[in-house]
Each structure stands twice: as structure tokens, then as C-alpha cells.
Design a binder for this molecule. Structure first.
Ligand code: PLP
Length: 384
């Protein structure tokens, strides 16, 4: 089969399965309202959990940073791209999260790829929660280490895998909050099992950081766990983009030698680092925002329990409603859009077959009336 034939065949397969992905152009995609084709929708699809993508202090920090430093970093951090704004943000992250060192990355995807690629060698074993993010599982698959997956949040299954013979090191990989289900990992038990086996723990807290725990320190702080490698990302509660790896001084120095995504890639713009520092200040003092988010989650769950859709046992801002079939999920999402609510249909292979869902995400910027209106429309559309 030629390249062209193979591509055509794979595209045809996706279309036949109702799993063909397209992007839509939006006039505005983040914030409380999503504007698309001239129409305003209440946005229940963004990861901007605290509304910081639209926060005036954060926006001003970006403008001021650009005026001061220009718009680009000019190179890799190993050449000329690492400046005082980057150093300051790293120091602030260390102070906030209680780690000796932080390293900035251009995205969470890159941070996960870099950390795993640099650490995992041939004799090692990576033991990852089955529902870990694609960036983690893909990095593990591409690495020369052995990859084993444990049943979602199942510490006994993890224990069993950790007990197997392994010549090298064992790296346990999980998330603080799971991106498609919204449930949280039992990090205390996972950390204890990992420690008993002499392994290391990597936690990707993309959806917990900024939102959970005192001062928004995230899932690990909330559960009193300090993994050897903590990944935090800035595209969700921070409202911007980018990521950081928090770790020991030795691991940071090691990554600076061997993490190719860091060495051979342009550093984030200094203005972005200034923006992230501003977002971090809002997050640390943002208990009122987190309280509003918690209230919205509670309101939504109370009302959604009556829907004939599978509400998951999630206490976080991610509240998936399981529909089942792809076609029905797409249709429901389209009908909700008609009514002015933007909900994303998530289909396999992002989630297991037969569990297509509307992934509802709540933010601190939604009002109680927004949540009530969403629930009313869902009752109507599902015949309740
Ligand atoms: C979003 C996400 C990432 C990727 O982060 P980006 O900064 O968007 O590249 C990594 N891990 C998890 C769990 C995520 O949800």
C-alpha cells in the first residue's frame, strides 16, 4: 500500500466510525462565553477553571512583559533564551510547591515527553495508570523501557506489577485528576506502594494544579504527597500555556543535560513567564475563585444526578456525562449548541469504546444561573 492509499484508508475508517476529528474556527474560544459563527454560547468546554485567561492583571502582565523584553526569547534556554523572568517564575514555583528546583517547558506535552525520555532507559520499567494522558503513555511507549499499565486507580494491581522482577528502576506514572473522567488518584497509597518497591513516582497534575488544595497547590499537596517528579501545566487553571517539572536539584541538573525537548527547543517568551508569575499571584490568593468553582461543581452535580446520562463520581471541575454511542453523543452536543451551550463530545480513542461522552467543564466564571440554564437544557434534550 502506498502512503497515499494508507492515508485515504485511515481517513475513511475514521469517517465510518463517526470519529473523524475536525477543528472549528471560533471568534473567541476561552472564557465564560464561546463565540462561534457570530453566536455566543455559554462555554462548558474550556479548561480555564479559574477564568484567568481573561483576568485583567494577567493580560496586563503579558503586555508589560512584551514591552520590556519583546515578544520572543530568542533561543533555547541553553543558549540565550533563559532570562530573569524565567528564573523568577521557577523560584516562585519552587516556593509555592516546596521543591528545590523547577524547569520550564513550552507545553505539558513536551514536559512529559522530556521527563520520561530522559529518565527511562532500557532496563527500566514504567508502570502507568491505564487512563494516563496520551503524552505520558506515548512517551513511555517510545522509550526503551518496558511499559506496563495498571487498572485505573487500582493500587493492588500496581503493587502486583511493582513486585515483578526489574533490573533497572521503576517509574510509576499517574495523574492527580484524570482529564476525561475528573476523578482523583489515591496518591497517598500510590506513593506508599511506590516507595515500598524502591521506585520513583511521577505525577502529572495538569487538572489539579491551581484548583485543589491550599493556595491551589494541587493534588499532591492536598494528599500530602511529594512525588520525585511533579508536572504542572499552565494551559488549564493558569489560563495561559506552558508547563514545569518540579524535582530535586540533581534531577533538574540531569534534565538540563539529557532532556532534548528542553535543550533543542526555543524557550518560552519572557513575557509569558511574566504572565505566568501574575497568574500564580492570582492563584495563590484566589480562594474566593476556588470557592465559586466548588459551588458550581456542587450545583451541577445535584442537578445532573436526575439526568438519564452516566454522571461520574467526580468532585472536580471535570464532569463527564456518559452517553455511550458516538453518533448520539455528537447529536446531543449539536442540539445543545443550538440552544447556546458549548459542550464537547469526546469519543474513542480518547476514551474507551462505548463510553463517548459530553465532557462538561465548570469554571469559577460561570454563574449559578449559567449552571441552572445548562441543566434545564439537558433535561429538555434528554426527555427528563
Ligand atoms: C492537557 C494535559 C497535558 C498537556 O499539557 P499541554 O500544556 O496542553 O501540552 C498533559 N497532561 C494532562 C493530564 C493534560 O490534561
Amino acid at each position: 500500500m502506498t502512503w497515499q492509499q494508507r492515508i485515504e484508508q485511515q481517513l475513511a475508517q475514521r469517517r465510518a466510525d463517526d470519529s473523524f476529528r475536525t477543528r472549528q474556527v471560533h471568534e473567541r474560544g476561552s472564557g465564560r462565553f464561546l463565540v462561534s459563527s457570530g453566536r455566543r454560547h455559554l462555554n462548558f468546554s474550556s479548561n480555564d477553571y479559574l477564568g484567568l485567561s481573561q483576568h485583567p492583571d494577567v493580560i496586563r502582565a503579558w503586555q508589560k512583559g512584551a514591552e520590556e523584553y519583546g515578544v520572543g526569547s530568542g533561543g533555547s534556554g541553553h543558549v540565550t533564551g533563559y532570562g530573569e523572568a524565567h528564573k523568577q517564575l521557577e523560584d516562585e514555583l519552587c516556593d509555592w510547591l516546596g521543591y528545590p528546583r523547577a524547569l520550564l517547558f513550552i507545553s505539558g506535552f513536551a514536559a512529559n515527553q522530556a521527563a520520561i525520555a530522559a529518565l527511562a532507559q532500557k532496563q527500566d520499567r514504567i508502570i502507568a495508570d491505564r487512563l494516563s494522558h496520551a503524552s505520558l503513555l506515548e512517551a513511555a511507549m517510545l522509550s526503551p523501557a518496558q511499559l506496563r499499565r495498571f487498572a485505573h486507580n487500582d493500587v493492588q494491581a500496581l503493587d502486583g506489577l511493582l513486585a515483578g522482577d526489574c533490573e533497572g528502576g521503576q517509574l510509576v506514572v499517574t495523574e492527580g485528576v484524570f482529564s476525561m473522567d475528573g476523578d482523583q488518584a489515591p496518591l497517598g497509597d500510590i506513593a506508599a506502594a511506590t516507595r515500598r518497591a524502591g521506585g520513583w513516582l511521577l505525577v502529572d497534575d495538569a487538572h489539579g494544579i491551581g484548583v485543589l488544595g491550599e493556595e491551589g497547590r494541587g493534588s499532591c499537596y492536598q494528599q500530602q504527597v511529594q512525588p520525585e517528579i511533579l508536572i504542572v501545566t499552565f494551559g488549564k487553571a493558569f489560563g495561559v500555556s506552558g508547563a514545569a517539572v518540579l524535582c530535586s536539584a540533581d534531577v533538574a541538573d540531569y534534565l538540563l543535560q539529557f532532556a532534548r525537548h528542553l535543550i533543542y527547543s526555543t524557550a518560552m517568551p519572557p513575557a509569558q513567564a511574566c504572565t505566568l508569575s501574575a497568574a500564580l499571584r492570582v492563584i495563590r490568593s484566589g480562594e474566593e475563585r476556588r470557592e465559586r468553582l466548588r459551588r458550581n461543581i456542587a450545583d451541577f452535580r445535584l442537578g445532573a444526578a436526575r439526568l438519564p446520562l452516566g454522571l461520574r463520581d467526580s468532585q472536580t471541575a471535570i464532569q463527564p456525562l456518559i452517553v455511550g454511542e458516538n453518533a448520539r453523543t455528537l447529536e446531543l452536543a449539536a442540539r445543545m449548541r443550538e440552544r447556546g451551550f458549548w459542550l464537547t463530545a469526546i469519543r474513542p480513542p480518547t476514551v474507551p469504546a462505548g463510553s463517548a461522552r459530553l465532557r462538561v467543564t465548570l469554571t469559577a466564571d460561570h454563574t449559578r444561573d449559567d449552571i441552572a440554564a445548562l441543566l434545564e437544557a439537558l433535561y429538555d434534550e434528554t426527555g427528563k
